[in-house]
Design a protein around this ligand. Structure first.
Ligand code: ZN
Length: 286
């Protein structure tokens, strides 16, 4: 990694898999989910972007501009607020055809959206974003595609996954792999040179030991990061105005995930840093 330029890249974590990156000249958001409706609403009601929560969270983090928003898959906890964020800040929405249908439902113009596919590379200022096909974590309840413009409020189950991606992001300052769903494609990440790994751990704690070990091997050992930042571990049925807490035991066993991460990262001598929401970090400055 470069010596001076690396410190210029800043990152902000917004809970779940929503991560902001900027080098001062260009801004990238991975996923867009700030509304965080309650479990009761998700289970029994309809969900829709909450503009107050969206603008409040962006303002609290000081995010005022956006060039590109990349959506990992079109479940509501990744995509739901993405079009509203683009409308609020500007920039271009990148995602699967299902994600673009969420954009169309929100009234985004075709000129401000780009469909992505495995292996595609997209330049955003000094950043290059490579799209890598991924698989959803086990227990995907809303499979399939969104085949027409989706206009909220709708049932959370209307947000079908539409295919999953990870994002390998390079910058003169360093490289990041954002891996938003806790599953793996064997061999997919071989040869990537990753400085910082944003690693999804959601529902990892309820997987068998064998799965956890395979996940570590095919994602962490394959990329040999200098730092792991766990993502998608927080209870996203609670507003970002409140302290982040782990997913409740019906969805995940956070203590088991934490113990696994502690043990494997210590063996591999890779530091793990759980992110604080809204905190501006410099992922390449170490
Ligand atoms: Zn999902």
């Amino acid at each position: 990694m470069g010596s001076g330029g690396g410190t210029s890249v800043e990152a902000v974590f917004f809970g779940t898999t929503t991560v902001w990156l900027s080098d001062g000249a260009s801004g990238i958001l991975i996923d867009g989910f700030l509304s965080r409706p309650s479990l009761l609403r998700v289970a029994f009601g309809r969900v829709a972007p909450d503009l107050g929560r969206i603008t409040g969270a962006l303002a609290r983090a000081g995010v005022t501009r956006l060039d590109a928003l990349f959506v990992a898959h079109s479940h509501y906890d990744h995509v739901m607020d993405a079009p509203e964020i683009v409308k609020h800040l500007g920039g271009r929405l990148f995602g699967s055809e299902s994600t673009l249908n969420v954009g169309r439902g929100a009234g985004l113009a075709e000129e401000s959206m780009t469909r992505i596919a495995d292996g595609g590379e997209h330049t955003v200022g000094a950043f290059t974003v490579r799209v890598l096909a991924a698989v959803h974590s086990p227990g995907n309840r809303f499979r399939g595609t969104i085949d027409e413009p989706l206009v909220p409020p709708v049932r959370a189950s209307s947000y079908r996954d539409g295919g999953c991606f990870s994002f390998f992001i390079t910058h003169p300052g360093g490289s990041l792999l954002i891996h938003p769903s806790a599953n793996f494609v064997p061999g997919k990440f071989d040869g990537l040179d990753v400085d910082v790994l944003y690693l999804a751990t959601g529902a990892l704690g309820v997987q068998p030991r064998r799965f956890q070990d395979d996940y570590w091997r095919h994602v962490v050992e394959a990329t040999r990061p200098g730092l792991i930042v766990p993502i998608h571990w927080d209870n996203f049925f609670v507003s970002l105005d409140r302290r982040l807490r782990p997913l409740p035991p019906v969805f995940d066993r956070f203590a088991a995930t934490k113990a696994f991460l502690d043990r494997r990262s210590e063996e591999a001598r890779i530091p793990v840093r759980f992110p604080e929401p809204f905190e501006v970090t410099r992922p390449f400055a170490r």
